[in-house]
Design a protein around this ligand. Structure first.
Ligand code: ADP
Length: 413
C-alpha cells in the first residue's frame, strides 16, 4: 500500500493482459469464422463482437438475396424461347443461354472466350457485326444445323459489350415464301385472261359500228382493265424484287442520261407540270441494276407528275458527296399530311384512295421503290408539306458510286 506506483503498474499489466487475451480471442474467432458462437466478453469488447455479428448477418442476408436473384436470372434466361449471347468489347463470347447453344451450335466449355465471327461465319452476320447500325436484326441462313433461317440482333450496352439476341424465324420465312409464291402465281395466272379481255375491249372501243350507248361503258371497262394490268404488272415486279434477297451488283449507270429519258416521258404526258427541270451536279456513275433503278426513279417521277397540277413544277436532282449518291424528285404538288409519311411505302397504302385510283395508280409504286433501294443498300427519304409539295430522295451508299474515270475503266475492262 505504501508503493502506489508499483500498484498502478501491476493493475495496468493485468488490464493489458486482459485486453490482449480479448484481442487474441477476437482474432481467433474471426479467423475461424465461427460466427454462430461468438466469444463471451463484456464491456466494450462485447459491444464490438455484437457489432461484428450484426454486420455479418446483414452481409449473409444480402449474399443470399444476390444468389437467389442470380439463380432466378439463370432460370429465366434458360427458359427464354430466344437465344442470348453476351460478347465483350473484343467480340468474344462471355456467356450464353441454353437456347443460344441450341440455335448456334455452341459448346458450353469449348466456345466460351472464342470470337463470335469465328463460329458464325455467314457473311451477312460478319458485315452486320462490323457495322454500327444495329437498329434492325439480320436474318442468316446457317450453313449447318436444323434451322433454315435465324434472326440475329445486337444490342450494345455497358462499356463496348454486346448482347446478341438470336431467334428461329424459319417458320415465318417459310410462310413469307408461301405468300410470295401465291401472289406471284396468282398475278401470272391473271395476266393472260386480262390480256385477252383488254385486247377485245380495245377492238370493241375502236369499232365504228359500236352502239353509241355502249361507248361510255366500254371506255370505263378499258380504263379499269388498264388499272388491273398496272396492278398485276407491279405485283409481279414486287415479287421478283422480293425473291432475290442478295444485294444487286449491277453495272455503272449514267444517271444524267436516265434522267433525260425520264424527263421526256413526263413532258409527253397530258396535263404534265408546266416546269420540268433536271439538275445534274455529278458525273459519277451509280452502280446498280439498270431495270430496277429505272423502275424506282420512274415511279417517283410518275408520282410527282400525277400529284402536281399543270401549273406546278417538278425537279429531278442528282448529286454525290462523301455520304454517297443522292437522287431527289421534288414537286410543288398537293403534298402529304405528316401522319401518312411513315406508311407510304406499304403496299396499297394511299393517302387519298379516290385520287390515286382516278389517276390510275396501283398503290404499289413506292413499295417497289423501297425494295429496289434496299437491294442497292440505299434508303428513301420523304419530305412533304401539305399543299406545298413533296421531295422524295433516294440515298445510295458510297460503295455504289463510281467516279467518272473509274466507271470508264470499268466499262473498258
Ligand atoms: P399510287 O400508285 O397510288 O401513286 P404509290 O405507292 O406510288 O401508289 O404512292 C402511295 C401514295 O403516296 C399515293 O397514293 C399518294 O397518296 C402518295 N404520294 C406518292 N407520291 C406523292 C407525291 N409526289 N405527292 C403527293 N402524294 C404522293
Amino acid at each position: 500500500m505504501g508503493r502506489p506506483w508499483a500498484g498502478l503498474a501491476c493493475a495496468l499489466t493485468l488490464h493489458l493482459a486482459w485486453v490482449l487475451a480479448n484481442l487474441f480471442r477476437l482474432e481467433w474467432w474471426l479467423r475461424h469464422r465461427n460466427y454462430a458462437d461468438p466469444p463471451n466478453a463484456g464491456g466494450v469488447w462485447g459491444e464490438i463482437i455484437a457489432q461484428i455479428v450484426r454486420l455479418h448477418r446483414r452481409k449473409r442476408f444480402h449474399k443470399q438475396r444476390f444468389v437467389q436473384l442470380m439463380r432466378q436470372l439463370q432460370r429465366s434466361t434458360a427458359a427464354l424461347p430466344n437465344g442470348v449471347v453476351i460478347l465483350n468489347a473484343q467480340r468474344e463470347i462471355v456467356w450464353f443461354n441454353r437456347m443460344a447453344a441450341q440455335l448456334l451450335n455452341l459448346r458450353r466449355t469449348a466456345d466460351l472466350g472464342m470470337r463470335i465471327e469465328n463460329l458464325l461465319r455467314e457473311p451477312e452476320f460478319v458485315r452486320y457485326l462490323a457495322g454500327t447500325d444495329y437498329s434492325n436484326p439480320v436474318v442468316i441462313r446457317p450453313m449447318n444445323g436444323e434451322y433454315s433461317h435465324l434472326s440475329l440482333q445486337v444490342a450494345p450496352y455497358g462499356d463496348g459489350q454486346l448482347l446478341l439476341l438470336v431467334s428461329d424465324v424459319s417458320r415465318q420465312m417459310r410462310l413469307e415464301a408461301v405468300r410470295r409464291d401465291f401472289v406471284a402465281n396468282a398475278s401470272h395466272e391473271l395476266r393472260s385472261p386480262l390480256t385477252v379481255i383488254s385486247g377485245y375491249l380495245e377492238t370493241l372501243g375502236g369499232d365504228p359500228a359500236l352502239d353509241p350507248d355502249l361507248e361510255a361503258p366500254v371506255m370505263e371497262m378499258r380504263r379499269q382493265a388498264g388499272r388491273m394490268t398496272a396492278i398485276i404488272r407491279d405485283l409481279i415486279e414486287l415479287s421478283r424484287l422480293e425473291e432475290g434477297n442478295e444485294a444487286v451488283v449491277g453495272e455503272p449507270l449514267d444517271v444524267a442520261a436516265l434522267t433525260g429519258l425520264l424527263r421526256k416521258d413526263v413532258v409527253a404526258r397530258s396535263g404534265h407540270p408546266r416546269d420540268v427541270r433536271v439538275r445534274i451536279d455529278s458525273t459519277a456513275r451509280l452502280l446498280g441494276s439498270e431495270s430496277e433503278i429505272t423502275s424506282a426513279f420512274s415511279n417517283l417521277v410518275d408520282n410527282a407528275a400525277k400529284y402536281t397540277g399543270a401549273e406546278g413544277s417538278l425537279e429531278m436532282h442528282w448529286w454525290t458527296d462523301q455520304e454517297g449518291g443522292h437522287f431527289a424528285v421534288s414537286d410543288t404538288g398537293i403534298g402529304i399530311p405528316p401522319e401518312h409519311i411513315p406508311r407510304l411505302t406499304e403496299r396499297f397504302y394511299r393517302v387519298d384512295p379516290g385520287r390515286s385510283r382516278a389517276t390510275g395508280g396501283s398503290g404499289l409504286g413506292l413499295a417497289i421503290v423501297k425494295h429496289v433501294l434496299q437491294r442497292h443498300g440505299g434508303t428513301l427519304e420523304v419530305k412533304s408539306r401539305l399543299g406545298e409539295g413533296s421531295t422524295f430522295t433516294c440515298h445510295f451508299p458510297p460503295t455504289r458510286i463510281l467516279p467518272m474515270t473509274q466507271a470508264a475503266s470499268a466499262a473498258t475492262a
